[in-house]
Ligand binder design. Structure first.
Ligand code: GDP
Length: 453
């Protein structure tokens, strides 16, 4: 791809700082800087070198700067790139930017450097998207996932899958070319094995999205329970502060609070709903509009029961009502410091976690349950984390299409129907990495089989 213009932008945040970095990319990047850079001639310098000098024009010295040179194709965008480190005054930065524009550079659009890098083949689309994720990462886990993707781990896996799929599709297309002759180049048993293998690779990627999304966007977690169950006390224990107001008088505390709490590198956005305070019956309470709205937005519900005032049957009924929401529910029995025998509760409610929010007992079990709910346990085993919604949707479509192929093979459907599903699967995968084109398929057929039509 050959871009004719040279783009320029401030690469560091606008505002006052120790230094600011101005970045140029394009054929004329070095020439444009060189026209106002003194005393060295930058046009004769080798790539990957840095040079101290002055930005100067018409007798006015703008700043003393350091220029870093990256000569095409050895740069981020694969074009000539110059980065100017100047003093971090908005006035100086603005003046130098204007000067470069006067010399023929154009202000870059958002993301244009990365877009050029992608179009010039520096990396694929999934990696280009990872650049944005690395910049936006606000937790260690999010940063790790984005860096992994940036390095191409995720893309490499997909490219390999796609390669196999192209081969698979070529054989079937070849059969179609021979139309009436009733030939089978593609052994159906081999094809089935291959599709199964592909599905085995794609399914963990698809299922990693739950954790990937949690890592990237956090997990909306709602705490529900009767008034005085100890929800605020739990919130305070988790957050280690007196953020929520703990009160002995039911229904007198404040409205819903939202707090961020980081666990295992994942941000849980905890909401303590005040809605349930308005009634003492959980099933009835779920009808409370405001609470319902919160619970609808939740990805996990923590249901807290009070061991000192609720019966095992009452709690079980509440749990059952929550089951209708079809989101994971973590069941806590609070105030167990007051109860000698928990067996009646435990036999009535499976997976009940006994805690004492007040004494901070049992909180580890709650933490483990939360991490399991977001699927973080799966992540360590398969390594690759899909964090991007577009990739997830594309992978899911690939998976569904391949499952269709598998069905077609089992029920003995004709080659043209299978070929169609395969084309779709290739399309979805190709769109993730940005390689999408039907030419791939054709090139592979002609390249490998020399049909010569
Ligand atoms: P909320 O209405 O669900 O937010 O309940 P609060 O957090 O305001 O707690 C209600 C009352 O229960 C307060 O007096 C707390 O001190 C008390 N409480 C909370 N957790 C425990 C616990 O684990 N054990 C005991 N004994 N009391 C608790």
């Amino acid at each position: 791809m050959n871009f004719t213009d040279t783009i320029v932008a401030l690469a560091t945040p606008a505002g006052v700082g120790a230094i600011g970095v101005i970045r140029l990319s394009g054929d004329r990047a070095i020439e444009i800087v060189n026209a106002v850079f003194k005393p060295k001639d930058l046009s004769t310098q080798p790539t990957h070198t840095i040079h101290y000098g002055r930005i100067e024009s018409k007798g006015r010295v703008y700043d003393e700067v350091v220029a870093s040179l990256y000569i095409a194709p050895r740069s981020y965008t694969k074009e000539n790139v110059v980065e100017i480190s100047c003093h971090g005054s908005p006035f100086i930065q603005e003046s130098i930017l204007q000067l470069f524009v006067e010399q023929g550079a154009r202000f870059a659009r958002p993301g244009e450097f990365t877009q050029r890098a992608f179009l010039n083949g520096a990396f694929d689309l999934a990696q280009a998207e990872a650049v944005a994720d690395v910049i936006a990462a606000d937790s260690a886990a999010a940063q790790n996932a984005a860096l992994h993707q940036l390095r191409g781990g995720f893309s490499k896996e997909l490219a390999a899958l796609r390669e196999e799929l192209i081969h698979f599709a070529s054989l079937i297309e070849l059969e179609l070319d021979f139309g009436e002759e009733d030939v089978e180049f593609a052994d159906r048993k081999d094809l089935e094995a291959l599709v199964n293998q592909l599905l085995k690779n794609i399914r963990p990627l698809v299922s990693s999205f739950r954790a990937g999304n949690a890592v990237k966007n956090g997990v909306a977690t709602v705490i529900v329970g009767k008034p005085n169950a100890g929800k605020s006390t739990l919130l305070n224990a988790l957050l280690n502060e007196d953020r929520a107001i703990v009160s002995d008088i039911a229904g007198t505390t404040r409205d819903s609070l939202e707090d961020e709490w980081t666990l295992g590198g994942i941000k849980f956005r905890l909401v303590d709903t005040a809605g349930l305070r308005e009634t003492s019956d959980v099933i009835e309470a779920l009808g409370v509009e405001r609470t319902q709205a919160w619970v609808k937005k939740a990805q996990v519900v923590i249901y807290m029961a009070d061991a000192t005032s609720e019966t095992p049957d009452g709690i079980a009924a509440g749990v059952e009502a929550l089951g209708a929401l079809e989101i994971p529910v973590i069941k806590l029995l609070n105030k167990v410091d007051q109860i000698a025998d928990l067996s009646a509760f435990q036999s009535a409610i499976p997976d009940l976690i006994p805690i004492s929010a007040k004494n901070r007992d049992g909180l580890n079990d709650l933490e483990t349950a939360l991490l399991n709910v977001v699927g973080l346990d799966q992540v360590s085993t398969n390594g690759t984390l899909v964090t991007n919604l577009r990739h997830y949707q594309q992978l899911l479509q690939t998976q569904e299409t391949l499952e269709g192929v598998l069905n077609a093979l089992k029920t003995g459907l004709t080659g043209d129907l299978i070929a169609q599903d395969l084309r779709y699967a290739l399309h979805y995968l190709g769109e993730i990495t940005g390689q999408i084109s039907n030419d791939d398929l054709l090139k592979n057929i002609f390249g490998k089989f020399c049909i010569g039509k």
